[in-house]
Structures are given as C-alpha cells and as structure tokens.
Design a binder for this molecule. Structure first.
Ligand code: TXA
Ligand code: MG
Length: 328
C-alpha cells in the first residue's frame, strides 16, 4: 500500500477533501449502495485516463457518469418518457440508464468510449450524493478494483486492490447492495437490459408496460451486431502501425521518433510517447480526424505496454472490416 493513500471515514472535512481532489482531476474511491466506485471528473480526459491506468484494464469500456439527481443527469443525457418513468421509480438507486448524449455535453469522449450515448446513474447513498453535489461535476466511476478482481464492497477491499494507485478512499462502511447496478439501454425504440443487477427486467417491464430484451451480460463478451450500441468506429478507414506515408492520409502520431513527414496532416496522441496522454486524447482525436476530408486515418505504432494495450485493442476494433463490427 502506498504511504500516500488516505482512508478517511465520512465527515464534513473528508467530504471537502474528496471533492477538492475530484475537482483537481485526481482519483477518489467512494462508497455507493452497490459497490465502491473509483471516481474521476467525467469531463476531464486526463482524469478519466487515470481510471484506466489505475485499474490496468486491457480495454476501454464506456463508464457510468454519476449525478446527485435527475436534473443534473439531464444536462448531459436526453431523457425520453421511458427514461423519466424509470428515473421516477428507481432513482436514486441501482439503475443505470444508457441514453443519447447531449451534443453540448462536456463529458470526455473517453468516458463514453467515443459513443454517442452516455450511461447515467443517481446512486442512493447519502455520502455518494453529498460528494457528487460538492464536486459539482459528473463523476465517472467504475467499480474500484483492479481489472479482473472482484468488486469492492468495503474500503479495505479497495485498499487491497488499488491502494498503491490512488490517493484517497472515502470510507462509508460496507455497501448495502454489493452488486453493480442494472444497466438499461434506451437509445433505441426497444428496451435492452445490458447488465443484470438488483433491479430486475420484470420490475422495469412493469413500470414501462413493454418487453425488456436481455442482452449478453458479460462486459467483455462480443455483443450481437445490430442489437447494441457498440464500439465507436470512425467512418474513415483506419490504417494501423503506419510508419511510411500513403496518399491523402491524416496521421495520429505518437512519440519522439514518430515519422510524420509526408503525411497530409498530423494530430498528436502524445509527442513524448506518454501512454496516458495518448489514452486521454484517443477518442477525441479519432473523432476530429474522422471529420476531415482525407481518405483515411493512419495511426503510428504504439508500444503494447501500460495503457498502450487498451489503446491498441480499441484501434484494432476501429480498423476492423466494417462487417465485423456491430452498428456504431
Ligand atoms: O453499480 C455500479 O454501476 C457501479 C457503481 C460504482 O456505481 N459502477 C459500475 O460502473 O459498475 P462500470 O463503469 O464498471 O459499469 C459500466 C457498465 C458497463 O457494463 C458498460 O459496458 C456499460 O455500463 N455502459 C456504460 N456506458 C455505456 C454506453 N454508452 N453504452 C452501452 N453500455 C454502456
Ligand atoms: Mg467492475
């Protein structure tokens, strides 16, 4: 465990310290009624990159943005009647809604993994909501465990898994639910259960008066094409490991030794070859490159270490033949 780690039981002072850290772009683990979350400012590319670095996840999945109430969430997500009905009944609580992201939302593209949708949740935990209010910004928070480990329901679990990677844990005792929130996709006419949780498909169907379709529950399992919003894939073709220029390409460059000469335009993932900076820039730059008039996006080689593993995983999907990727 790192000597820099602070574990503080809930108090006004601890809350103020945690909120200040979140506002400064640092990571703070905090209790919710489901599991402990590893929180970061959802509007900061760099802060969200810090979540992936700490969790050592080999891939970028979209993260849930947490809010103190429905109206705060509605500043970033478009609520339809179904979303309002579910929010009325189940919020605050263990339900996450995947909704269209507002065009003017400052949420980081890394939080949403480049998708046009956003997952939003209002937790039913007094400390969590007080923290969200004090931080006064959307907080991205996956479960506060290293990738592949079980989800933490006490501050001690968080410390054991992530103690050397984060600066602060707000200790609120054991979580009541102990299981992650139910995730429901409302971005289409259908209602799709993306992740089962404490709130059941039957409960959701009863409120909405319609069928709820069950999707694959495993985050890492391939999802059926055409059924779920999937990975963000640019419209332009993507060429990986580009070391020599081809005609009419924009390059996403990485590292001091990167060959940029001869490319029609260059955007820097990281000039110094910093994997965390590249992760923070990845989705925003893919979107930016995709909006140009060039014929293709070339990507410089990125070493397969640290966050480079997740970056390369995402780029491989972005460059896959379009028939192999689900609808975007
Ligand atoms: O209980 C919970 O939900 C905990 C606590 C901390 O709130 N959080 C949590 O977050 O489990 P996370 O980031 O590990 O879960 C995110 C889930 C994943 O299944 C992810 O694929 C899905 O939500 N998700 C997030 N954004 C999405 C989007 N735009 N489209 C589809 N699925 C999305
Ligand atoms: Mg998890």
């Amino acid at each position: 465990m790192s000597p820099a780690l602070t574990i503080r039981p809930y108090s006004e002072g601890a809350l103020a310290q945690a909120a200040a850290k979140l506002r400064a772009g640092e990571l703070v683990a905090f209790p919710t009624e489901t599991v402990y979350g590893l929180g970061a400012d959802a509007t900061s590319d760099d802060a969200v990159a810090g979540i992936f670095a700490a969790k050592q996840r080999p891939s970028f999945n979209p993260l849930i943005s947490h809010f103190p109430d429905r109206d705060a969430a509605a500043r970033h997500a478009v609520f339809d009647d179904r979303a309002d009905k579910l929010a009325n009944v189940f919020w605050p609580g263990a339900l996450t809604l995947v909704l269209p992201k507002r065009a003017d939302s400052p949420i980081s593209h890394l939080t949403t993994a480049g998708l046009p949708s956003i997952a939003v949740r209002v937790p039913a935990h007094d400390m969590a909501r007080a923290l969200l209010r004090a931080a006064d910004r959307p907080i991205a928070a996956p479960s506060a465990n290293r990738s592949g480990r079980i989800s933490p329901t006490t501050a001690a679990h968080v410390a054991a898994s992530l103690g050397d990677a984060i600066g602060m844990i707000l200790d609120g005792g054991p979580c009541g639910v102990g299981l992650e929130s139910t995730v429901v996709d409302l971005t289409t006419d259908r209602v799709i259960l993306l992740r089962p949780g404490g709130i059941t498909a039957d409960q959701i169907a009863a409120v909405l008066g319609c069928d709820v379709i069950l999707a694959q529950s495993d985050d890492d399992a391939p999802k059926s094409p055409g059924m779920l919003t999937s990975h963000y894939a640019p419209g332009l073709p993507v060429r990986l490991n580009a070391t020599t220029p081809q005609k009419n390409e924009i390059l996403l460059a990485f590292g001091q030794d990167c060959v940029t000469k001869g490319f029609d335009d260059v955007l820097w993932l990281s000039k110094t070859g910093d994997d965390r900076e590249a992760a923070a820039n990845l989705f925003a730059l893919l979107h930016q490159a995709d909006q140009t008039r060039f014929a293709a996006i070339a990507i410089a080689p990125i070493p397969d270490k640290g966050l480079g593993v997740a970056i390369n995983d995402r780029l491989k999907r972005a460059s896959a033949p379009r028939s192999a990727t689900a609808e975007s």
